[in-house]
Design a protein around this ligand. Sequence first.
Ligand code: ADQ
Length: 735
Amino acid sequence: MNRIHIVSNRLPVSINVNDDQIELIPSVGGLATGMRSVYKAYKGKWIGWPGLPSDDIDQKLSGRIDQALEKEDCVSVHLSKKEIDLYYDGFSNRTIWPLFHYFAQYIDYDPELWETFVHVNQKFANKALETLEEGDTIWIHDYQLLLVPEMIKSKKPGVTVGFFLHIPFPSFEVFRILPWRKELIQGMLGADLIGFHTYDYQRHFFSSVRRLMGYDISFNRIQIEDRIIIVDAFPMGIDYDKFKNAAIGVIQKPLQEKSKLHRELEKYFLLSPDRKLILSIDRLDYSKGIPNRLQAFLKFLETYPEFVGKVTLIMLAVPSRGTVEHYINLKKEVDELVGKVNGQFGNINYTPVWYFYRSMPFENLIELYSSCDVCLVTPVRDGMNLVAKEYVASRTNRTGVIILSEMAGVAKEMGEALIINPNNIKEIADSIKQALTMPLDEQRERMIFLQDRIKRYDVFKWSSEFVKSLSKVEKIQNSMHAKRVNSIIMEKIRSDYQNSKLRAIFLDYDGTLTGFKKNPNDAKPNEELHQLLYQLEEDPRNVITIISGRDRASLETWFEGHKINLIVEHGVWSKKVDREWKMLSNATDTWKSSIQPILETFVDRTPGTFIEEKNYSLVWHFRKAEPEQADLRANELKDELTTMIANHNLEILEGNKVIEVKTGGINKGIAALQFLKNKDFDFVFAVGDDWTDEYMFKELPESAHTIKVGLKHTAAKYKVESVSAVRTFLADLIK
Ligand code: ADQ
């Protein structure tokens, strides 16, 4: 792989200018650690804002700062105070952040914020473009830079672009609220690989892509023209060993070297052997559920008075976004609640909540992690939450209990924690009691599993997995472009054709041999096609089969007089030349009564659409409908059907302007294989245009020549652009 560059809002260093001296202070955060290993190893650059507003530094100093950063392979994007205010504090933190964390009531819809967001994203993209060379890879981070992937891809398509979102991706019903929702999705879709912390966020993202853009999605791939985008979950890890080793260091420190905080913690325990500490650490953010946590602690002390005087909550809140109104209000609310708990239960010897409103050095953080019996992590929404993982890594004696919100991404990896709903105050209060009284054996049993898992998938593994996927997607993209039929490929297929004795030729019909018509019944073969097929049939070595999703009637009529076999309804029925129709499978159609009413509501609501009923499938046709409305409805329908199909063993096929629901387990691939049975074909050929044909491409023997019509991603070996290219190809084959 070539160079890998990183783009994030902030560079991994802070700058201190003192008496004209420039000092670079490396960031110790998890992301910086993980990414440093990547861009250093792949000889890339890190592009981002250095943290100082450009209005505060004169040009000369700015040049010197850039030079100092350059030595660290960092490239700075200069932002003015106004840009930071409108792009970072503004659109990023007052619009996207509340939207993506389901705080719709906090969203700021100011178009000026949006315009600056676009402008600043373009600044980041431009800086990256100056650095990027074709063939390089770039990994873009987080919600502040959602538009950068597209801005880069559109200018340098040869660059492989990765994007990782560190916060949740909300459900479509929430995401759609935003006036600029399409632009954000489009921006993200410039990436070749999009990563989220959890599968749920991925699922929500797919739903928005489907509903807003109408792109094809299969498994974890989105197909747009001749591009493929892979979307996957990569749960971010921490630098496990760093936390573990630091915790060992803290424990082994002689008394005189211990920090003031550590000595205070130890003194607290000495007062009484049954004293316990609960820890809470976050940025002061409304998504973190801090007021709920305090209310739950209050409820706990009220419900279980035997713990009053024995249990203390250490609450660390890092000041964050302090100029934004909702954060100012939150600070006030938290202050009041802390006052309330301490007022109600505290006395001269006992302070129930020790509240620190500040950042703390790493060493103190470790002292807290290793001293506290319980870690309380109760966000109302959180992309991942690294605090929970850091607590686990710091528990060298393998005791300690985590109470964890189900709304944090990390809950997916921590089944052994006590999982709570952050809005259920009573449940949290009861969990605190459960955690404090949990036997040590049980604590260890749970902790061992947690530690094993979090150690295995640490931040280095996380970044290397993402990089691995980037190189995989790069290979897929390259192979897609390499597949077009050219004269060399044509020659090879023709020579195989000429040297063979018995040939199986599978031809899809609509979109392959003929173009699409508004009314499916108007698509009958024209004279040119008849003549072409007659020529193919003339050679007795050719066994030709039209393999289609259509029903029996039209194809039988249209190809009367031809020496052509028919396979229809995606493989349910087949008919050899001069024989009767045969059913290929014992399929059931009992599911129709539950799916038909859903399709009918779509017909009612979408003029120009209709349902076609086949033996083992139902098809919703929307070619004649008003295109924009139909596309919207089609996406809605797919979304609705997706939740139904698993219960019925069904498949949804997205054809060209049709959505077909059919019985599972029958497809063109299985049907084509049946046809090949007991005969010695030494030339197998298949051509088709949509993804129902992909089954055929996958199932046919390795030696088969398979061709996809259109430039989308395919399992076929080769591609041609259009129906007329298929006809030319067939004509050339038999020349
Ligand atoms: P954050 O919202 O910042 O990150 P989180 O993942 O918990 O949340 O990370 C916080 C980090 O700050 C931790 O590493 C912690 O040690 C540190 N920290 C917290 N309080 C501190 C204090 N008082 N002093 C010093 N350090 C403190 C966003 C998303 C998360 C996602 C991360 C990473 O909101 O959901 O997990 O990115 O993708």
